[in-house]
Write a protein that binds this ligand. Structure first.
Ligand code: PBG
Length: 307
């Protein structure tokens, strides 16, 4: 009877696997089971995702420390780590998996902020958006199907759209991180990408206390031409996700972030919760709240369970 009347059943093809590509491979101690891959290895990750029936891959680049600078210029270098990773994935899977790439400067800047800084240390939104457009174009050139601006600068979607179109990439889509909150749950990710950040991102990411503002951010991105909008983190923002899903006429994504992953892994390792049941419940809850697409570090495993 429960099977008959079940309302929500996540599908493998709505899952997206976030993956890290760097100059060297590494374990990520705060995310057991997640690794940073080399360019040589990342094609195998893409093949594994395709074979598991997963819908897409979200790539993050991790440059060497020596390649960082205050402007994050490796972010739009034709031979940057992320560009090489994108190309390797496209070569491995062609069009059989949607290859998405992170558009943001934080992995590439010496100060670790998502944009360029004024002399007094403030993040300069408009100047940063121009660099995002360059970065997005270079990712499209490398073969990204979808670019995903995660920096939360006002106007980023419109400027990236205009840049892509002018460069001949009208068919490359934009998945906008629209309602991205200044969250404590990004901690393990910052280890994964070797973040240089000191301080916080509260001048550009949203206040966790604000629900209406999350919806407003999504509506702005839709008006600017976003092809998909995202709410992030997922589990603690299901109300925002449901609000956005109620009005968006594009697919809505949710990102089950690193801290959401690590908490369940840690509790399961201690024997305090049933790992598989907790993972399935968390992903089901995100889909139930309205996500059409779920970014999760468990994408491969969940896809196999669902199969
Ligand atoms: C920034 C970015 C972050 C994440 C994705 N993109 C970190 C941040 O905003 O500090 C977090 C993802 C996760 O925690 O899994 N480019």
């Amino acid at each position: 009877m429960r099977r008959l009347v079940r309302e929500t059943r996540p599908r493998p093809d709505q899952l997206v696997l976030p993956a890290f590509v760097g100059e060297s491979a590494a374990e990520i101690s705060a995310m057991p089971g997640v690794r940073r891959h080399t360019v040589e290895q990342i094609g195998d990750v893409a093949r594994a995702a395709r074979d598991a029936g997963v819908g897409g891959l979200m790539l993050f680049g991790v440059p060497d420390e020596a390649d960082k600078d205050p402007r994050g210029s490796q972010a739009w270098a034709a031979d940057g780590i992320l560009q090489r990773g994108i190309a390797a994935c496209r070569q491995a899977v062609g069009d059989e998996l949607v290859i998405m790439s992170d558009v943001c400067l934080d992995e590439f800047t010496t100060h670790g902020h998502c944009g360029v800084l004024a002399e007094d240390g403030r993040v300069l939104g408009d100047e940063t958006c121009e660099l995002y457009a360059q970065q997005a174009i270079s990712q499209a050139r490398a073969g990204a199907h979808v670019v995903a601006p995660s920096g939360m600068m006002d106007g980023q979607v419109r400027i990236i759209r205009e840049g892509l179109d002018a460069a001949g990439f009208a068919e490359v889509g934009i998945l906008a991180y629209s309602a991205k909150y200044a969250s404590a749950f990004y901690g393990p990710f910052r280890e994964a990408v070797g973040s240089s950040l000191e301080g916080d991102r509260r001048t550009y990411q949203q206040d966790p206390a604000n629900r209406r503002e999350g919806l407003r951010e999504a509506l702005l991105d839709l008006a600017e031409g976003a092809d998909m909008v995202m709410v992030k983190p997922a589990s603690h923002y299901l109300d925002v996700l449901a609000d956005v899903a109620a009005v968006a006429q594009v697919p809505v994504a949710a990102y089950q972030v690193s801290g959401e992953y690590s908490m369940i892994e840690a509790a399961a390792e201690k024997g305090w919760i049933n790992r598989r049941a907790a993972i399935e419940e968390s992903v089901t809850g995100i889909v139930r709240a309205g996500a059409d697409v779920v970014l999760t570090y468990w994408a491969l495993e969940v896809a196999q369970w669902l199969d």
